[in-house]
Design a protein around this ligand. Structure first.
Ligand SMILES: Cc1cc2nc3c(=O)[nH]c(=O)nc-3n(C[C@H](O)[C@H](O)[C@H](O)COP(=O)(O)O)c2cc1C
Length: 180
């Protein structure tokens, strides 16, 4: 059985949820998946056939821990004997026509700045949670709601909106499984 490590950093829960979806998709392809929240521990990347890293984006930035993790393992990633994929969750990628812009801005340019290569990457949309149990601050909720209104939304309720393309996440998972 081939082994995959998924390490994620998530401030508001989207990347955690997306990572679980990818983990389920890979498990259903008969792969052994180790899913790790970088907040809980910094895993070793040794002994895997595939490593996936995911992070949410806040003011154009990855989570601090994911940035540190990628930098720290730069040599291992560049001399890898495993497949390496990277994905993000961000507001920009909620619109299909802006996915490439998100990939360019938040993955390609950052990875090339650090000097790390990868086999596969993608940018997924966000879950905007305006409910009472949301991890967003009231200020952030207000900001996101204003953004949605600018995009033409008429009514925004205090509930959670999943703006991700589930098929895109499924396809990414299948592509990763197929290159292992
Ligand atoms: C304070 C704040 C700043 C954000 N900045 C950006 C940004 O610069 N670019 C973007 O595309 N999305 C941005 N977003 C949207 C987040 O990327 C989106 O909510 C994503 O799902 C967060 O991932 P996480 O829940 O795993 O932390 C921002 C969201 C918040 C609350």
């Amino acid at each position: 059985m081939k082994k995959v490590l998924i390490v994620f950093g998530s401030r508001y829960g989207t990347t955690e949820n997306t990572s679980k979806m990818i983990s389920d998709a890979l498990s259903s392809k008969n792969l052994e998946v180790n899913l790790v929240n970088i907040k809980d521990m910094e895993p070793s990347v040794e002994g895997y056939d595939g490593v996936l890293i995911g992070t949410g984006i806040k003011i154009s930035m990855w989570t601090k821990r994911i940035k540190k993790f990628v930098k720290k393992h730069k040599r291992i990633f560049n001399n890898r004997n495993f497949k390496f994929g990277f994905f993000i969750s961000c507001g920009t990628a909620c619109k299909k026509e802006d996915v490439n812009e998100a990939i360019e801005k938040y993955i390609k340019s950052k990875m090339s700045k650090i000097g790390v290569t990868y086999d596969l990457c993608d940018a997924f949309g966000a879950i905007y949670d305006f409910s009472e149990t949301s991890l967003l601050s009231n200020m952030a909720k207000k900001m996101m709601k204003e953004g949605l209104i600018d995009d033409g939304w008429e009514k925004i309720e205090d509930i959670s909106y999943d703006l991700r393309d589930v098929n895109q996440i499924q396809k990414f998972s299948e592509n990763f499984a197929s290159i292992l």
